[in-house]
Design a protein around this ligand. Sequence first.
Ligand SMILES: *[C@@H]1O[C@H](CO)[C@@H](O)[C@H](O)[C@H]1NC(C)=O
Ligand SMILES: *[C@@H]1O[C@H](CO)[C@@H](O)[C@H](O)[C@H]1NC(C)=O
Length: 324
Amino acid sequence: MGRDQRYLLLLGLACFVFLTRSSGFKICAYNVQNFNTSKVSDSRVLHLLTRILSNCDVCLLQEVKDPDGKAMGELVSSLNRYMQTRYDEYSYDYVTSKGLGQSEKKEQYVFLYRNQTAKLVDKYQYPKSKKGNEDVFSREPFIVHFKAPKTKIGQFVLIPLRAEPLNALKELDSLFDVFTEMMKKWKVENVLLLGDFHADCGYVTRKNRMNNRLFATNGLFWLLRDDVDTTVTDMTDCAYDRFVVHGEKFLKAIEPLSARVFNFKRKFQISTEQILKISDHYPIEVELKEVKSAGQLQALMQPFLLILPLVVLLILPESTIGLM
Ligand SMILES: *[C@@H]1O[C@H](CO)[C@@H](O)[C@H](O)[C@H]1NC(C)=O
Ligand SMILES: *[C@@H]1O[C@H](CO)[C@@H](O)[C@H](O)[C@H]1NC(C)=O
């Protein structure tokens, strides 16, 4: 067998290992623009949302306007029906904040999670606070603590924010206070800040980031770069939605380069018009590394063990084989 063929075989093996790699634990954030009962009553929208969200182990939903829980109820039932036909051991649950913001347009933060892979440990509504006469946040973060035994990191805290566009810079700076307070309060280090930060385009420019603690503090890592586009239309190209992770330890527990915009237009082959019926944002997602269970490892190794003798034969120089 020639050299090229050996390389091809090895390449094939590498691809095989890559393809059989488990897909990791996904955290998503999605601004589902004006999410209410009217939205879920459109069956195509509901089906599409279901397919999108079924990829996530935990998903932050923003702009939820569902005070009586009817829309979320429909969504979760739809998700659980969908999961049952595919992976019967999975089902979704959710936890929601109350309506936040000015009375005529109150919005909730909702965390949707797979109850087999994520356990809700604690939740906390950050209180309303003022600087001078102004509210510090338009929608105060609703903070959650999850345990996720299958992930390397094991547990983490999520701090969401949907920043008011014109106040985004100030809100992001104040989010730093929330972050430090929560680390003290819950004695945790593994924190991920996420959401529609409006952290780009006209609202947050490069120049005015310098004195902003969320941007300028060492040990806070912005996973999505400024050149990604989390918006749907061609008219806008802005990295509004973001993940900011705290600490080297947490960063190392994240699959490298896994943070991305989930642009499902290509995957699901649907029109922009259809996508806009859900939202003018795309979801963002990031993958946490998983601890491989003994069973999984064994399954992963098995083909290797079968092929190993062959590989040894191929790699050894022919002269050695001749001697054997
Ligand atoms: C849901 O939101 C839309 C705006 O996107 C609005 O037109 C509609 O009336 C709302 N439905 C309900 C039931 O509030
Ligand atoms: C997950 O939720 C489903 C449906 O609510 C429930 O039947 C199941 O026992 C839950 N599983 C766990 C591990 O909590």
